[in-house]
Design a protein around this ligand. Structure first.
Ligand code: SAM
Length: 267
């Protein structure tokens, strides 16, 4: 695995193209004027009106532009040129102003700084080989007193075998917080059927201590960490629909945290 970023960029370029008009992503609803930021994130992020907000790993900008509709002055960053082009098109088409920057997040331009909020959510950090560097980028982007908001799949959930039937008991398949990258083959599009040309990717299963210590060492003060019993996609076959937005473990099944929300402030 000499260059995991190139492998992952090819994977995400193809996914971005497929995702823009997919049903999984609510682009059609966004085009009608709806804010499609999921309610759990919307409640916790609170009032963003008038805030300068940097969205790390913004994909094709749907959440970024929803945050803009909530009044934030937004910049989205992603390493996929396909995703960034689609984000700019969506911004123009919907008349929602936003800036988009194409860059590897770990090599983000130095002048991305002075933000009130750095935001990342749902499937951002599994692609990051160096959590310390990622938190340093977030801390550098924030002005003093600025806020990092991260909503993410839980590291405990990420250890569980996802390739089993829905009625199978949990089985731990992956090492918790492993430092060894997971080189995955035959990867499917989580947002829909069809065979991917770019079917390889490389992921990292950061543990809670790695995530929190990376934030602390980058000069961020942790204000709140939450562990949640729901997640906005069917991350494991055993999950059932909690409501129209989230998936959860069925009542009576042993419960593990499915998601985390981290709120931190730059000192
Ligand atoms: C699951 S998506 C982002 C989640 C977002 N909440 C969404 O669904 O719209 C992960 C994103 O990370 C981006 N990404 C992965 N590795 C990256 C890197 N090294 N630098 C910048 N972006 C990266 C991918 O292009 C993709 O858009």
């Amino acid at each position: 695995m000499s260059d995991y970023v190139s492998v992952n960029r090819a994977f995400w370029d193809e996914l971005a193209e497929r995702h823009v008009e997919s049903e999984f992503y609510a682009t059609a609803r966004f085009r009608t004027g709806e804010n499609i930021l999921d309610s759990l994130v919307r409640e916790r992020i609170g009032n963003v009106a008038g805030k300068r907000l940097l969205h790390l790993q913004c994909h094709f900008g749907l959440d970024t532009l929803s945050l803009a509709r909530m009044g934030a002055d937004v910049t989205g960053l992603d390493f996929s040129p396909v995703a960034i082009e689609a984000a700019r098109t969506l911004s123009r088409d919907c008349n929602v102003p936003a800036a988009f920057v194409q860059s590897d997040v770990l090599k983000a331009p130095e002048d991305l700084t002075g933000f009130d909020i750095v935001f990342a959510s749902w499937g951002a950090i599994p692609w990051i080989g160096d959590m310390t560097r990622w938190m340093q980028v977030a801390a550098h982007a924030l002005k003093p007193g600025g806020r990092l908001f991260l909503a993410e799949g839980h590291p405990m959930m990420a250890t569980i075998d996802e390739m089993v039937p829905a009625d199978a008991p949990f089985r731990i398949r992956y090492d918790y917080g492993s430092r060894t990258p997971l080189e995955l083959e035959n990867q499917q599009d989580y947002a829909g059927p069809g065979v991917l040309k770019a079917h390889r990717n490389v992921q990292f299963l950061h543990g809670m201590a790695t995530i929190l210590n990376a934030a602390i060492s980058a000069g961020l003060s942790i204000v709140r960490i939450e562990e949640l019993d729901r997640i906005p996609w069917q991350a494991l076959p055993q999950l059932v629909e909690a409501d129209s937005e989230y998936w959860k473990l069925s009542d009576g099944a042993p419960q593990i945290p499915l998601a985390l929300v981290l709120d931190a402030i730059k000192k």
